[in-house]
Ligand binder design. Structure first.
Ligand SMILES: [Zn+2]
Length: 400
């Protein structure tokens, strides 16, 4: 990893290609590292076998495959279409089986357990309550079912030796007109496991300012929210999300690179918006595989996360939709380690970045950083040294 994480950053900065590292970190090692996940969709993370089982129970016969492996490949193929709109179509199937309390509790519980088994110690998982009321559930019942599932799953994970804290983010659909109602729902549940609010869905044609009323309401309530922006659409979407709506974080935010020029001399020149995002430490919830699938990046190796990490934006690593992308936090971090040569210091930096950016009270964030994340990566560094792998000695957690 070429980023000298604790070094001061001159302006404008020279951007050098990542230095090759002898061996990328293995998935077997990364799965044991403590990880923090801020951007994961509940309806994008079902186990294929559960999807099939739930479909059978309710008589849903439109699944494209009846076996778990075939279904997993169908999702992966559809997700690689290169279009965000088509990618979103895959959710028809997952949402179809998530319309009764029993299903929601099970999916949420398995989500918590799967993340815990992947080494995730804190997660914010989002879902859109309005998409789960096709039968007779009310919005409140949808939220309560998911929270009950997270609690049950976290308990089961703890009994199996994996500690995880899971919070919910309530999402409103950007093409719909229920954002104020969903924002109010997030406030009603703010002390019962809902940590924040989000808007999602196709970006083109549906700018975040359509939902200004919801965001202004949340700001008056001193509440947290993130906005999907800068994935399917460019800088104007990011600009509106931050400067009009007041987003605490950006869902993806990949296109912020459109406001950065790297000259022939290798120096990066930031435009005003990019500079603002970096100066204000606005977290970028990046999901490399998902971004490649939706066409927001050409490949993991060409993903802007490399440049943005090098320039010390507040970058975080996320899964987005584990089923559609066939990914996990471990696979995302492994792919990044392979593509950019990232070692433990950088993976810790991503993790601390995410924990600092979580919609959790400050003291709880600090506790997880000091008592779980730092000791966890220290252990991995010492075992790497004991095993003969060289690691840099910089302290990643010191830089925001
Ligand atoms: Zn997303």
């Amino acid at each position: 990893m070429a980023v000298p994480i604790s070094a001061p950053l001159p302006e404008p900065r020279s951007v050098r290609p990542a230095e090759p590292v002898p061996a990328p970190l293995s998935a077997d090692a990364i799965v044991t590292a403590p990880k923090v996940l801020l951007h994961d969709h509940l309806d994008g993370g079902l186990r294929p076998a559960t999807l099939i089982d739930l479909a059978e129970r309710i008589g849903y016969r439109s699944l494209p495959s009846g076996d778990a492996r075939g279904l997993a490949s169908w999702f992966a193929e559809s997700a690689y279409s290169g279009s965000l709109e088509r990618y979103l179509e895959t959710f028809t199937h997952t949402l179809a089986v998530m319309q009764i309390r029993e299903s929601l509790v099970r999916v949420a519980s398995e989500c918590a357990q799967d993340l815990a088994a992947d080494g995730v110690v804190y997660a914010e998982v989002r879902f859109a309550p309005e998409l789960h009321t096709e039968q007779d559930l009310t919005l409140d019942e949808v939220v309560q079912a998911v929270l009950d599932g997270f609690a049950a799953g976290s308990l089961a994970a703890a009994e199996g030796g994996h500690q995880i804290r899971v919070r919910a983010l309530l999402t409103a659909m950007r093409h719909a007109a229920r954002s104020r109602e969903i924002a109010e729902l997030s406030i009603a549940f703010r002390d019962r496991g809902v940590a924040g609010f989000d808007i999602a869905g196709a970006e083109a044609g549906f700018p975040p300012t359509r939902h200004l009323d919801a965001f202004e309401y949340l700001r008056r309530e001193s509440a947290h929210f993130t906005i999907h922006a800068g994935e399917g659409f460019g800088l104007p979407s990011i600009w509106e999300a931050i400067q009009w709506c007041g987003a605490d974080r950006l869902g993806h935010g990949v296109r912020i690179v459109d406001d950065i020029e790297v000259g022939r001399d290798g120096r990066a020149h930031l435009g005003r918006l990019a500079e603002y995002v970096r100066d204000k430490r606005i977290p970028l919830e990046m999901a490399p595989t998902s971004n490649v699938q939706t066409g927001a990046a050409q490949s993991i190796a060409e993903h802007p996360i490399g440049l943005l990490a090098e320039l010390k934006f507040r970058v975080t690593v996320n899964t987005d939709n584990r089923l559609m992308s066939g990914c996990s936090m471990t696979s995302e971090m492994t792919a990044l380690s392979e593509a950019f040569g990232y070692g433990w210091d950088t993976l810790q930096w991503f993790t601390v970045n995410a924990m600092k950016s979580a919609f959790l009270p400050f003291d709880e964030r600090l506790e997880i950083i000091e008592q779980v994340i730092k000791p966890g990566y220290d252990r991995l560094r010492s075992s790497a040294v004991a095993g003969g792998t060289s690691v840099a000695s910089v302290t990643a957690a010191g830089t925001t």
